[in-house]
Write a protein that binds this ligand. Structure first.
Ligand SMILES: *[C@@H]1O[C@H](CO)[C@@H](O)[C@H](O)[C@H]1NC(C)=O
Ligand SMILES: *[C@@H]1O[C@H](CO)[C@@H](O)[C@H](O)[C@H]1NC(C)=O
Ligand SMILES: *[C@@H]1O[C@H](CO)[C@@H](O)[C@H](O)[C@H]1NC(C)=O
Ligand SMILES: [Zn+2]
Length: 496
């Protein structure tokens, strides 16, 4: 591509941007590091001096990686996470154990010398899991393992005994007349089609069933694999629809019930739940920093994971791992005495599981100055298994720079670049508005085997080395982004 044609495309971009400006784009930075072909395809054209600048970080990146995976920090991320989960257990929003774990994090961050360590209040939904029991009473007796879904109400006192309707999909349920559903327990048994597509059954089962007069809903656990344990998660009641109790049952039981129902066997379940909701509690986002040598309160690089978990297992994987690698990455950089130009801010989000409540509050509280305050957002919430690279969301200029930075991660074999798929829920508030944001890409093939279940423990990792590698990648990437001579480019959309 000649100089002339590059200029032509820059001009072309400007035309496009000026027409966008009317519909709310704030800083339409001129494309400098990429250009678009007439076909729309984006080609990187990062200038030599910036390519050289980024390549110049290889030595420091190697040192960071080496110290974390082989040097004095080896094994520490795993050990710290084991200590956290052994001390406090699961960290459900509004629980005493989460608040104690937050106090412990604050104390620890101060002890290791992180700066500006503090918490910011968040008002969060307060749901209590009560006594939960389900028994198949016909065609034969079997206790069904279950977990009420977050925000579910309980059954009437003494429980419900009702006949069952079992369906595989909402489409199938739609065809069943309301008079057949009235007074029944509806069991939804969706096939696993990936988390995003399947989780709608967890979110919407109760209200979908209630609209036709069902007395309760049960859902096949949202997982591709099972050895008999239910997986919980949040669910949403629609406004103006009667609230009915809803719980997840195991894949094995759900699929058996569907077979029985389709065969014409009479299926009856006795369900008792005493779950209930209380007025919101106050919980906290936890913040610690390594303040920049040049920029303190502006162009901050956020590195984050959520600190809350469900109340089953110990939340080691979801999202103790993501929270811990973010915290340790900044702690180890501080200990190595490598301080970037911009501030690195660890944020351990609270109440993610109830719908990114902590991140939403943070977004609201920092909205008035956000375009000055933030440069980049990193989040790990889709597993901390062996790292592969980054899932990125941002404009094409930013993407070209990220690809250059990822080349530095060869020593970790974590150079893969991907546009976002799953993950990144807490930073979505900002990525949707055009802030550059990345999520940890990792070998998480079995993530949903453990997700929101009793299996979410320190045993999801085969080796301590895995967490070291994630922390190393996180530290190296966040350091380079925070130290670069330029802010990562972006195209912001209005936040009004
Ligand atoms: C945060 O909440 C606590 C109550 O949990 C309250 O005592 C404190 O004043 C609040 N802080 C701010 C800054 O609102
Ligand atoms: C940084 O920002 C916070 C609030 O946004 C403010 O309280 C503080 O004074 C600022 N610090 C500096 C050094 O500007
Ligand atoms: C590096 O990662 C790729 C892709 O994840 C994998 O196929 C390859 O075996 C890895 N190489 C090493 C040396 O680990
Ligand atoms: Zn999570």
């Amino acid at each position: 591509m000649s100089n002339w044609s590059v200029k032509f495309f820059v001009f072309f971009e400007l035309l496009i941007f000026s027409s966008f400006a009317k519909c709310g784009i704030l800083d339409n930075s001129i494309e400098q590091f990429s250009y678009k072909l007439p076909s729309g395809e984006s080609i990187c054209s990062v200038p030599d001096n910036l390519v050289k600048e980024i390549a110049g970080y290889q030595d420091i990146v190697n040192k960071i990686i080496d110290e974390i995976t082989n040097g004095k920090f080896k094994g520490q991320t795993w050990d710290s996470l084991a200590e956290l989960t052994d001390l406090f257990g699961p960290r459900m929003a509004c629980s005493e154990s989460l608040e104690k774990a937050i106090d412990y994090a604050v104390e620890n961050m101060k002890e290791v010398g992180l700066e500006n360590v503090h918490t910011e209040n968040v008002s969060a939904p307060f749901w209590i899991r009560g006594y939960e029991s389900a028994q198949l009473t016909r065609p034969w007796k079997k206790n069904l393992r279950l977990l009420g879904l977050g925000s579910t109400i309980g059954t009437p006192r003494g429980g419900i005994i009702a006949d069952v309707i079992a369906v595989e999909s909402f489409g199938e349920f739609e065809k069943i007349p309301a008079e057949q559903v009235k007074g029944k327990i509806v069991v939804f048994v969706p096939k696993w089609k990936g988390y995003g597509e399947t989780v709608v059954y967890r979110s919407a089962a109760a209200s979908t069933a209630a609209k036709k007069g069902a007395v309760a809903a049960l859902v096949r656990s949202i997982t591709p694999f099972s050895i008999g344990s239910p997986h919980t998660g949040h669910q949403n009641y629609e406004d103006d629809v009667k609230k009915i109790p809803v719980a997840a049952i195991t894949v094995e039981d759900a699929e058996m019930i569907l077979r029985m129902y389709r065969r014409g066997q009479d299926v009856t379940i006795n369900l008792e739940m005493t779950d209930f909701n209380k007025p919101n509690c106050i919980t906290r986002n936890t913040i610690g920093e390594l303040q920049g040598t040049v920029h303190k309160n502006e162009s901050v690089v956020v590195i984050s994971g959520h600190f809350d978990s469900w109340d089953v297992g110990v939340g080691a994987m979801d999202d103790g791992g993501g929270a811990m690698i973010s915290w340790k990455a900044v702690q180890f950089l501080k200990a190595l005495n490598v301080r970037p130009k911009r501030t690195l801010r660890v944020i351990l989000w609270t109440s993610e599981e109830q719908g990114m409540v902590g991140a939403h509050q943070y977004m609201e509280d920092h909205k008035s100055q956000e375009d000055k305050e933030f440069n980049f957002f990193l989040e790990s919430d889709i597993g901390t298994f062996d790292p592969k690279g980054l899932d990125f969301s941002g404009n094409s200029d930013a993407s070209c720079i990220l690809k250059e930075i990822l080349k530095l991660m060869k020593p970790l074999n974590a150079t893969e670049y991907k546009e976002p798929t799953d993950g990144g829920p807490d930073i979505e508030w900002w990525s949707k508005r055009g802030f550059p944001a990345a999520s940890l890409l990792n070998k998480n093939e079995h993530y949903f085997w453990f997700h929101h279940s009793d299996g979410d423990s320190m045993n999801v990792w085969d080796s301590k080395d895995t967490l070291d590698k994630c922390t190393a990648l996180w530290a190296a990437i966040s350091y380079v982004i925070a130290d670069l001579s330029i802010n990562i480019p972006r195209t912001l959309v209005s936040n009004n």
